[in-house]
Structure formats: C-alpha cells, structure tokens
Design a binder for this molecule. Structure first.
Ligand SMILES: [Zn+2]
Length: 76
C-alpha cells in the first residue's frame, strides 16, 4: 500500500497520519497536484514530517517521477 505509514519516519507525523481514516489517506495519496504534469496524480509516498501543525508528505509523481508534496491541514 502506497499510503502505508511505514514510509513515514517522524513519530509525530506518523501519529498524525494514522489518525486519518484509511479512505482519507488513500484519497490524499491518490490525488496530489503535480506541477510537472499539471494535474492531480497518484503519489509514491516517500516520507512525511510535521512543519508546525501541518503534516507535509513528500514523494514522487507516479506518472512522471517528478517531486511532489502534499500538505495535510490540521483538523478542527
Ligand atoms: Zn507528474
């Protein structure tokens, strides 16, 4: 599974990611904006970390292999 939390090393980021329902994680990973493709693409998740209260996921575009990132806003 590409939205597997095992890709995330940072403890806090992993916890935040795990708090999301599996379907939400899947939706996030499968629709990431790729500036190279100019569209939403599935991401190959590589790492995730917290930047302030934001969870930032990084990886590569499954279509072109370019760098993509996805920010997950805090809930509530
Ligand atoms: Zn791309």
């Amino acid at each position: 599974m590409d939205y597997d939390e095992d890709k995330i090393d940072d403890h806090t980021a992993k916890k935040r990611w795990n708090e999301l329902p599996e379907q939400a994680r899947k939706d996030i990973i499968e629709s990431v904006w790729c500036p190279h493709c100019g569209t939403g693409v599935p991401m190959e998740l590589r790492d995730g970390k917290m930047e302030g209260r934001l969870l930032v996921l990084r990886g590569t575009c499954k279509k072109c292999g370019g760098e993509v990132a996805r920010v997950v806003e805090p809930e509530g």
